[in-house]
Design a protein around this ligand. Structure first.
Ligand SMILES: NC(=O)c1ccc[n+]([C@@H]2O[C@H](COP(=O)([O-])OP(=O)(O)OC[C@H]3O[C@@H](n4cnc5c(N)ncnc54)[C@H](OP(=O)(O)O)[C@@H]3O)[C@@H](O)[C@H]2O)c1
Length: 194
């Protein structure tokens, strides 16, 4: 068994999510909590590239797209991709795709493949599950919120093939905001190579 980076096979595909103690991620179409610094971490991680000439893409489900306030979307400095089985209205410049595999394939082709460094899956539930199963899936950036919130949307079970790793860009110490403690964790999908 070896670990390897898929960097040489096109952009990495990572997931980023914040979960509370019951693995909840959402309630009534919104985030169940208000954590400004955690949101800033999300922006920093999904915008950041090693190569300053490149950009990242964010892929999200239609409900997650709808959950973002109008003034904040499309998410700036990132290629926004929205998944829906319907021809919904999205802002100019936003890619609308009807399947996750189709979206990933499109981003790995010209003109996107030469400008995209990382593809970030940013929710929701079914998209997280489907993307963890994709061979392109590399890492899961998960914020563990050490509190319980009422939720109606949950993060799927994390397969044991995801192992905790460290990332120098991710703070290791426990964070605290509005009296709520949380911790950033990074998991990498173990892949066997023969
Ligand atoms: N805590 C976090 O980090 C976090 C992150 C993201 C979202 N959230 C929260 O999670 C909730 C939204 O997530 P959700 O799971 O309910 O919905 P979602 O995944 O954002 O959206 C579901 C919709 O996306 C489309 N879709 C999903 N997978 C697709 C696929 N493979 N192919 C084509 N279309 C696909 C479908 O749209 P159509 O019905 O139009 O076909 C589906 O009904 C909100 O409460 C939000 O605030 C939390």
């Amino acid at each position: 068994m070896r670990y390897f980076s898929k960097g040489n096979m096109g952009p990495n595909l990572n997931l980023i999510v914040a979960v509370c103690e019951n693995m909840g991620i959402g309630f009534k179409g919104e985030l169940p909590w208000k954590l400004k610094s955690e949101m800033a971490y999300f922006s920093k991680m999904t915008k950041g590239t090693k190569d300053p000439s490149k950009k990242n893409a964010v892929i999200m489900g239609r409900k997650t797209w709808e959950s973002i306030p109008k003034k904040f979307k499309p998410l700036p400095d990132r290629i926004n991709v929205v998944l829906s089985t319907n021809k919904i209205e999205v802002a100019e410049g936003v890619l609308l795709c009807s399947s996750l595999e189709g979206a990933v394939a499109q981003l790995r082709q010209p003109p996107f493949n030469s400008v995209i460094e990382t593809v970030w899956v940013i929710g929701g539930s079914s998209l997280y599950k489907a993307s963890m199963d994709l061979p392109e899936c590399h890492r899961l950036y998960l914020t563990h919120i050490k509190a319980m919130f009422e939720c109606d949307t949950f993060f799927p079970t994390i397969s044991p093939s995801f192992k905790v790793v460290s990332d120098p860009n991710v703070p290791q110490e426990v964070q605290e905001e509005n009296g709520i403690k949380y911790e950033y964790k990074v998991y990498e999908k173990e892949t066997s190579q023969n």
